[in-house]
Design a protein around this ligand. Structure first.
Ligand code: COA
Length: 256
């Protein structure tokens, strides 16, 4: 099994576990990810999802071996499958975090870009080296990266194909937080604990508004925001949050 799922303190952790290939992402791994998402999605008490690798690699890219001899039709099928599972991950209605140590290259970075946040250690090495193999990123890299960091910095990474270190990745906005190597898990736990304290329906609405808003016109996005904003006034947590503020106490959210 190249993926391991554990659920602790209302947080699901998926660990990529193919160390001998630096967690290179095979189609089998995407099939496993698909079925783990099916397990996680119905569990309404899970408040966040973390994807991580090991100390040496988050993932060093899509598995090059089966691609090396693939023809156009084969690669189209593989890519359809990869993109379907990635889209499922990107739109899961709970916050998602890529906890990155070591190599996070190609498909590894594309997987991390499907998450809402990227927390990385000082050892992280980030890049989209596909151009050096005669191809372009085919797992969302040419679309999700420029939406995150803008066209110029994204094209620079895609066209040069070079690796960058975590400080630069943080500076250009790929990585949200840099932590000491031995503090990765603890830092992610602290972050997910904070997320878990937030009102769950509002968290879902925030994710939907931001993610869906990026692919529609400003007018459509504003309308969507208004609909979600108004919907929240029908929740227990909105009443509780505002009442608690006025009563000068901490809110006690129920996620409804
Ligand atoms: N696909 C398939 N296998 C991969 C892989 C990938 N994306 N990345 C690493 N591996 C395998 C290597 O082939 C090697 O296998 P082997 O021991 O059977 O020969 C093993 O993982 C260890 O990698 P190795 O290259 O020996 O480690 P390194 O420390 O010398 O280099 C990297 C690490 C990440 C710089 C190097 O492995 C690399 O460039 N990988 C490919 C990155 C890439 O182009 N990703 C985009 C793919 S579309």
């Amino acid at each position: 099994m190249s993926l391991e799922l554990t659920i602790e303190n209302k947080v699901a952790w998926i660990r990529l576990n193919r160390p001998e290939k630096l967690n290179a992402l095979s189609q089998d791994l995407f099939t496993q990810l698909d079925s783990l998402l099916s397990k996680i999605e119905p569990q309404k008490d899970i408040r966040a999802l973390v994807i991580t690798g090991d100390e040496r690699a988050f993932a060093a890219g899509a598995d090059i071996e089966p691609m090396a001899e693939a023809g156009i039709r084969d690669v189209c099928e593989m890519t359809d499958n990869t993109m379907r599972v990635q889209e499922r991950l990107a739109s899961i209605p709970i916050p998602t975090i890529a906890a990155i140590s070591g190599y996070c290259l190609g498909g590894g970075l594309e997987l991390a870009l499907c998450c809402d946040f990227r927390i990385a250690t000082k050892t992280a090495v980030i890049g989209l080296p596909e151009i050096t193999l005669g191809i372009i990123p085919g797992g969302g890299g040419t679309q999700r990266l420029p939406r995150l960091i803008g066209k110029g910095p994204a094209l620079k990474l895609i066209m040069l194909g070079n690796h960058i270190y975590v400080d630069e990745a943080f500076k250009i906005g790929i990585v949200d937080q840099v932590v000491k190597t031995d503090l990765l898990i603890r830092s992610v736990e602290t972050f997910t604990r904070k997320l878990a304290k937030q009102p769950a329906v509002a968290l879902r609405a925030a994710k939907a508004a931001v993610n869906n808003g990026l692919s529609v016109s400003l007018q459509q996005g504003l309308q969507m925001e208004k609909d979600l904003f108004c919907m929240l006034f029908g929740t227990f947590d909105q009443k509780e949050g505002m009442k608690a503020f006025l009563e000068k106490r901490k809110p006690s959210y129920q996620g409804k």
